[in-house]
Design a binder for this molecule. Structure first.
Ligand code: HPA
Ligand code: ZN
Length: 319
């Protein structure tokens, strides 16, 4: 039995398995430039974050209707439940859909249909986190938040993702201030490919409560001390880090050292359709490669609930 856990770093568009991509393409009368799912899967070899993002944005063109987003989220929730996920905080990238003419309401309503029935169907509670694309402009981020205003009942927080290097958090100060005014929780990707200084900026300029990835924090001992002291969670994604070459091999991943330094780390799957595994797959692969003890695995699971946006009462029920 997989250990009960919360998934806190999961891009819903990154759960699009090749088979579902072909199904949705056919349903929408679109052609994919690959013969079949097997040929597509063979393309999942990445040099870095950008080479992954190129395919990630290309493939999400098959997502067009409300039903497509419902089917995508439903497939993810079924898989997550089977991997012991009791609570999932799910990122989505509305700018990537708005740019293709798919309205915010289609995306949110489609996802919400699957999320709303997930406690009953799958025993999984959820939150939705709207991510801004950091390689688009701050003005575009502000327009995106404005477009989301009618749907904030469904949205718990904002995040920041896409190509990190050269796109520092500080560019997005104003839109994060607006998100805070609207009562939204704040997280951001930082320290995946970008430097530890971006982790500091995400904390100091954007006011985030959690850092997504945060790997490169370990290059800055004073920052590590601060993250430990303030119990700022880092949502680490081991299989993603190997596939995108943030680390060379899983056995060289800093996860164990981070845990032992007292950081509130959690293990997550990022874009599981692309990186070779869902939540339990990531946890077991990391535990095996790094020889984590069962006590450390239990600590990672406990951290995932502590670091979540569940309130305490919900937390007890989920655990
Ligand atoms: N990093 C940054 N942006 C992303 C990722 C990631 O791992 N996955 C989807 N968007
Ligand atoms: Zn991510």
């Amino acid at each position: 039995m997989p250990i009960p856990k919360a998934e806190l770093h999961l891009h819903i568009e990154g759960t699009l398995e090749p088979e579902l991509a072909f199904t949705l393409a056919a349903r929408n009368g679109l052609a994919l430039p690959y013969a079949d799912a097997e040929e597509l899967r063979a393309r999942y070899r990445f040099q870095d974050l950008q080479s992954f993002l190129d395919l990630y944005y290309e493939l999400m063109a098959v997502l067009r209707t409300e039903e497509d987003f419902t089917d995508l989220a439903e497939a993810y929730l079924a898989r997550a439940a089977a991997q012991g996920v009791r609570h999932a905080e799910i990122f989505f990238d509305p700018q990537a859909h708005l740019a293709r003419g798919v309205p915010m309401g289609t995306v949110v309503a489609g996802l919400a249909r699957a999320l709303d029935r997930a406690p009953e169907r799958h025993g999984v509670t959820t939150r939705l986190i709207l991510c801004f694309l950091r390689d688009a402009s701050p003005e575009s981020a502000a327009e995106t938040l404005a477009a989301a205003r009618p749907y904030l009942d469904h949205i718990t927080g904002v995040g920041l993702d896409s190509a990190e290097a050269g796109n520092p958090p500080s560019l997005f100060r104003a839109v994060y201030e607006e998100a805070a005014r609207l009562g939204l929780r704040r997280v951001a990707h930082a320290g995946e490919e970008g430097p530890a200084a971006y982790v500091r900026e995400a904390l100091d300029v954007l006011g985030v409560e959690r850092i997504d990835h945060g790997l490169r924090s370990v290059e800055d001992p004073a920052l590590v001390e601060r993250l430990v002291r303030a119990r700022v969670p880092l949502t680490v994604c081991p299989l993603s880090n190997v596939r995108l070459r943030a680390v060379d091999v899983l056995s060289a991943h800093p996860l164990r050292a981070m845990l032992e330094a007292g950081l509130v780390v959690t293990v997550n799957s990022d874009d599981p359709a692309y990186f070779g595994g869902y939540a339990e797959d990531n946890l077991r692969a990391a535990a095996d490669a790094l020889r984590l003890g069962e006590d450390q695995v239990r600590l990672l699971a406990r951290n995932s609930f502590e670091a979540s946006f569940l309130d305490d009462a919900e937390d007890l029920r989920a655990a």
